[in-house]
Design a protein around this ligand. Sequence first.
Ligand SMILES: Cc1cc2nc3c(=O)[nH]c(=O)nc-3n(C[C@H](O)[C@H](O)[C@H](O)COP(=O)(O)OP(=O)(O)OC[C@H]3O[C@@H](n4cnc5c(N)ncnc54)[C@H](O)[C@@H]3O)c2cc1C
Ligand code: FES
Length: 244
Amino acid sequence: MKFHGVKIEDREWIGGYTLIRYRWDGAIEPGQFAMARVAGYPVTFDPFLARPFSFYDHDGETASLLFEVRGRGTALLDDAPDRIEVSSPLGRGFRINGANGPVALLGGGIGVAPLKVLSRRLDALSVPHDVFLGFADARYAAVAGEFPGAKVATVDGSAGVQGTVLDAAPDLTRYTAVYACGPNPMLAAVKRAAGEDAFCQLSVEERMGCGNGSCNGCVVPVRDGGYVRSCIEGPVFDAEALAW
Ligand SMILES: Cc1cc2nc3c(=O)[nH]c(=O)nc-3n(C[C@H](O)[C@H](O)[C@H](O)COP(=O)(O)OP(=O)(O)OC[C@H]3O[C@@H](n4cnc5c(N)ncnc54)[C@H](O)[C@@H]3O)c2cc1C
Ligand code: FES
């Protein structure tokens, strides 16, 4: 896997999340991801593996990652002085499939990350869309300010309606397409709410080792039996293809 050293142009903290912007003029598709680390061999093996992050935004010259500090890898990225290494773009992103709207975008927690660049793409295609975001509390929900008009839910009721992202959303069967990213239980609930005949695309957040298809650490069960690698065949799947 080839890594590119990129210079951090800008860093911002939005509620509970960190936003890093860096120069990137390559093409990306909404829902694709980057493997990122502070620096690789021969500088350090800490951490040994890069970590996967959805592209948050991309304007043709600058790409950004939005992340939550969870452990060692993200803590080091949060502190990275001026350069990081990225390998990207990776995986299969959201299919837009000619839907002329309205379409629904749903994000749970850091699952908000791929929705910004997806929303930007839908705007460019003049596809009307509604955004629904769910968070643990108001601190994390602060990032909803990046999505004008988004409806918000928080588990503790400190911002928006109390409940999960589905409590902020109307009947999903009214939409011609549904796109979602978040923890698996949320994605399964979105799949049920969208209905069996829906055009519904789900971005999964399985833990990843290599990001290039060689470790099988990121597999998800599929309806036809067996497992597929979410770093290659995903991370975005047709909801109907997933076993849950
Ligand atoms: C395709 C894809 C896109 C992602 N996009 C983003 C993004 O845009 N922003 C973001 O903040 N995170 C994203 N993630 C999750 C992110 O990769 C993990 O949070 C990160 O790898 C944690 O690394 P760490 O070294 O900080 O934590 P670790 O020390 O590796 O783990 C710390 C804790 O976080 C848990 N954890 C680690 N990875 C995951 C995961 N994938 N799902 C749930 N829990 C996990 C661990 O079980 C542990 O409890 C994405 C994951 C995938 C697969
Ligand atoms: S992360 Fe190694 S096969 Fe997907």
